[in-house]
Design a protein. Structure first.
Length: 178
């Protein structure tokens, strides 16, 4: 097994563990508004997408130093991975809740893990493709940053639509707007 493959497999474990730890960080810090930028502040679907994004980003900081010279398209590959993880979670969540009519915690965990595996697989594929232009990779980096900014802004100013609504408390965002 080559080192890039080892990074993909160890990344699956790291992203999964980081996601589970980040899930509880907001409550562990007493509801810190700064920490809330990076972790779910309520039980909405949108807030839980932060788990994948920030876990992948955390791994990426460590990974980049180790493999940047051995892969192509680093930033573009990473944004494809992040988006695939988030889309996988959304598809599974909305499909099963449509059928079941309720939220099932174990399926939520399973969807996260499936999303992580798909993220890592697609990232690996894009790492191995011929190098894209600097513009394409610049767009990838800009997209990664834009997603993080979007998560931060919507933590404090969420749209009042179902994706952002905590069905338990019937509120939106960190400020618990109704």
């Amino acid at each position: 097994m080559n080192s890039l493959t080892r990074w993909r497999f160890s990344g699956i474990i790291a992203i999964t563990i980081l996601g589970f730890l980040l899930h509880y960080l907001f409550s562990w810090t007493g509801g810190s508004k700064i920490i809330g930028l990076f972790v779910p502040v309520n039980e909405s679907v949108w807030e839980h997408l932060k788990l994948g994004y920030w876990s992948v980003l955390g791994l990426s900081f460590v990974e980049y130093v180790q493999i940047k010279d051995r892969v192509n398209n680093y930033y573009f590959a990473r944004v494809i991975g992040i988006l695939s993880l988030e889309i996988t979670i959304l598809i599974i969540f909305y499909c099963y809740t449509f059928i079941a009519g309720k939220n099932i915690f174990l399926i939520d965990i399973f969807s996260y893990i499936i999303g992580v595996v798909i993220c890592q697989y697609l990232t690996y594929i894009f790492f191995r493709l011929k190098p894209f232009s600097k513009l394409v990779n610049g767009i990838g980096l800009a997209a990664i940053i834009a997603i993080g900014v979007l998560f931060g802004v919507t933590t404090y100013y969420p749209p009042h639509i179902a994706l952002f609504k905590d069905d338990n408390s019937k509120t939106f965002g960190i400020n618990k707007e109704k």
